[in-house]
Write a protein that binds this ligand. Structure first.
Ligand SMILES: Nc1ncnc2c1ncn2[C@@H]1O[C@H](COP(=O)(O)OP(=O)(O)OP(=O)(O)O)[C@@H](O)[C@H]1O
Ligand SMILES: [Mg+2]
Length: 235
């Protein structure tokens, strides 16, 4: 589905240059559930933003279904993003002046869906998320778990093939976080590809594959195994 080749992401801060991602090559297969782990500042969010074409890399290639999309104009990238990707963030990122319904309807209006279809799909998704009694609530009138479920409904509005989630349970108490995880697991079962950044080992275990980041690079999984072996041998 997605292939990254030798991706670099650098930020030029005048005197200082930050290398956020260093020579990343990675493949995400259709239907996979991938977890990204690693210390703070290791480049997890930067990688997720690149995967979602929210940012362009400083160097390297990004192939979506075999097509190089790094050189596409911004407008075309935005269209692909809106049609194929759904985003879930740690801080929910809902529009505070819009109701739950309006938040979920918004991406569909960019995709040219008619008002009545937007309305019925938003209502259906929010009902699926257990929020049929919160349709006209503003984000400030909802709990964190409710807000995140609105965000998931919004992420699903255009039937994305890929969900990108950056610490989706980071701001929630454990029980509420588990609800969100169960929803993601259900979506994965239905065939949605999911890439999720998490600090939580238990959550990562639910993924098909875990990618460990360190200082902007993906750690070689064979080296990881070696480390475990070394520690077992007491080296
Ligand atoms: N816009 C930016 N300008 C300059 N440096 C940035 C920018 N965004 C990120 N960085 C730097 O890139 C590196 C990777 O940041 P990133 O946000 O991807 O880390 P992370 O692994 O998601 O960390 P956390 O677990 O704290 O969310 C960090 O050193 C960060 O300071
Ligand atoms: Mg981050």
């Amino acid at each position: 589905m997605i292939r990254l080749e030798n991706i670099e992401q650098k930020y030029d801060l005048g005197e200082q240059e930050v290398v956020a991602l260093n020579n990343i090559s990675l493949e995400i297969k259709e239907g996979e559930f991938v977890a990204i782990m690693g210390p703070s500042g290791s480049g997890k969010s930067t990688l997720l933003n690149l995967l979602g074409i929210l940012d362009n890399p400083s160097a390297g290639k990004f192939y979506l279904e075999g097509h190089d999309i790094t050189s596409l104009p911004d407008k075309e990238q935005a269209r692909i993003r809106n049609k194929h990707f759904g985003f879930i963030f740690q801080s929910f990122n809902l529009f505070s002046e819009l109701s739950a319904m309006e938040n979920v309807m918004l991406p569909m209006s960019y995709a040219g869906v008619s008002f009545s279809d937007r309305k019925s799909r938003a209502k259906e998704l929010l009902t699926q998320m257990g929020l049929s009694h919160r349709l006209n609530h503003l984000p400030t009138m909802m709990s964190g778990g409710e807000q995140q479920r609105v965000a998931i409904a919004r992420a699903l509005s255009n039937k994305p093939s890929l969900i990108l989630a950056d610490e989706p349970t980071g701001n929630l108490p454990t029980a509420k976080g588990q609800e969100i995880l169960d929803i993601l697991k259900g979506l994965h079962k239905q065939g949605t590809t999911i890439v999720m950044v998490t600090h939580n080992d238990e959550q990562a275990q639910m993924a098909d594959r875990v990618i460990y980041m360190q200082d902007g690079s993906i750690q070689d999984s064979s080296k990881q195994d070696n480390k475990v072996l070394e520690s077992q041998r007491g080296e």
